[in-house]
Design a protein around this ligand. Structure first.
Ligand code: UD1
Length: 416
């Protein structure tokens, strides 16, 4: 396991060009299997999860080529419709292939995704919706076997606006007969990106970004060229990294309009922000102010994925902040590690009360999951002395060159 070693106390100031969004690139790469042609996907971040997705595509018989941040997928040779257990276990988001493979092959076999450190992450909403579109689903020996003689559009209501379920339904409905409506759909910007990509392949998907999405089935899709949207969670993590150190930062290749809830909280904590179409300039005060309450919610609410990096901000802010985690049941694993660094945080169920302390201390800490790991990096940048973060591989699932970007902005950071 790799480790990041950070000597805290340096201001994070400078310019960072933000990577493409992990949560957009994964479903979009899965969707390429529906093209029966060649897709050229630009602005693909070099991440472990993206490599794993490429591997899934290759195991299905597709040809995948990466040149820099451009991934070309040729799906004409695709011969398999199964995803085996090892890949499903390594990356839960492989479940998104289900809708894409059924769409193309009218059958799919994937292993049941296992548990996950941040919570149970069931897929009941995915399966219920696919059944409503005419898919026969058998759950046997840890595998999900799907067949569909004919995919038939329908009206689907989601009990919860699940991101993954909305994506799987869109993928399945694109080539179904007739029209599908998804009500209470997830509204995340990554859903809009997927819809735009599908439309660039010849699909007819409307209403993405709102809570009702309409999909008019088409016969087939063609290859396309597409540029992945910027990663709003990575952008907010770098804003947090600079804010906690009192730095001044400019982010390039961002969509500030996708980041409303996060920018609002940063403003409340006392940073000054200036946004342009694809840039954010931020100047932070010496010490941040606490924020009254942060509740994680589906988009456009405050994202669960940035809860932990922002908790590091609250840990050193003046005053007390309350965090309520409404999306995943086990997303406070960073708290024990932040406490080792001197943070004063009390967790009760889904709530955490964070009393800001003046200083955090460097310590040996462990990244237990992706965003929790990022929160430790943010805290370490401002802590007194040296912090060693083990489990870097988990952080690298979502952050491309995190160490290099922070180094360029003045951090004392190295990887071992
Ligand atoms: C996606 C993101 C993840 C983000 C999350 C919430 C990707 C690859 N991952 O995950 O980074 O944290 O959205 O914004 O895009 N649920 C069910 N049954 C289901 C599906 C979901 O009960 O069938 C529950 C989950 O347990 C969870 C909640 O719904 O409590 C949200 O999950 P969902 O929106 O589906 O998240 P993911 O798509 O897994």
């Amino acid at each position: 396991m790799g480790r990041l070693i950070i000597d805290g106390g340096e201001k994070i100031s400078g310019e960072i060009c933000v990577q493409g969004a992990k949560n957009a690139v994964l479903p979009i790469l899965a969707a390429t299997v529906m093209a029966d042609g060649v897709c050229v996907i630009k602005n693909c971040p070099a991440l472990r999860d993206v490599d794993k997705t490429d591997l899934v595509l290759e195991r299905l018989g597709c040809t995948v080529k990466r040149e820099g941040n451009v991934v070309t997928v040729d799906t004409r040779g695709m011969y398999d419709c199964r995803i085996c257990e090892d890949l499903m276990r390594e990356m839960r988001s492989s479940i998104i292939f289900l809708g894409a493979i059924i769409s193309r092959c009218k059958k799919a076999v994937v292993s049941m995704p296992g548990g996950c450190p941040i919570g149970l992450r069931p897929i009941d909403l995915h399966l219920k919706a696919l059944r409503e579109l005419g898919v026969d689903i058998q759950e046997e020996h840890g595998y999900i076997k799907c067949t569909a003689e004919k995919l038939q559009g329908g009206n689907i209501h989601l009990d919860f606006p699940s991101v993954g379920a909305t994506e799987n339904i869109m993928l399945t409905a694109v080539c179904a007969e007739g029209t599908t409506t998804i009500s209470n759909a997830a509204r995340e910007p990554e859903i809009v990106d997927l819809g735009n990509f599908l439309n660039s392949m010849g699909a007819r998907v409307y209403g993405m970004g709102g809570s009702v999405i309409t999909v008019h089935g088409v016969e087939k899709l063609h290859g396309a060229e597409y540029t992945i949207m910027p990663d709003r969670i990575v952008a907010a993590t770098y804003l947090a990294a600079s804010a906690i150190t009192g730095g001044e930062i400019c982010l390039k290749n961002v969509n500030p309009q996708d980041m409303g809830a996060m920018l609002h909280v940063l403003g409340e904590m006392g940073v000054k922000l200036r946004c342009e179409a694809d840039r954010i300039m931020q100047t932070a005060p010496k010490r941040l102010k606490s924020v009254h309450t942060i509740r994680t919610m589906p988009y456009p609410g405050f994202p669960t994925d940035i809860q932990s990096p922002f908790m590091s901000l609250a840990a050193m802010a003046r005053g007390t902040s309350v965090f309520i985690e409404n999306i995943f049941e086990n997303r406070f694993q960073h708290v024990d590690e932040l406490t080792r660094m001197g943070a004063d945080i009390k967790v009760e169920g889904r709530s955490a009360v964070v009393r800001g302390v003046k200083e955090l201390q460097g310590a040996n800490v462990v990244a237990r999951e992706l965003r929790g790991g990022a929160s430790l990096v943010v805290a370490a940048l401002a802590a007194n002395g040296t912090t060693t973060i083990s489990g870097v591989e988990l952080i690298e699932r979502g952050y491309e060159n995190i160490e290099k970007h922070l180094l360029n902005c003045g951090a004392k950071i190295r990887r071992e």
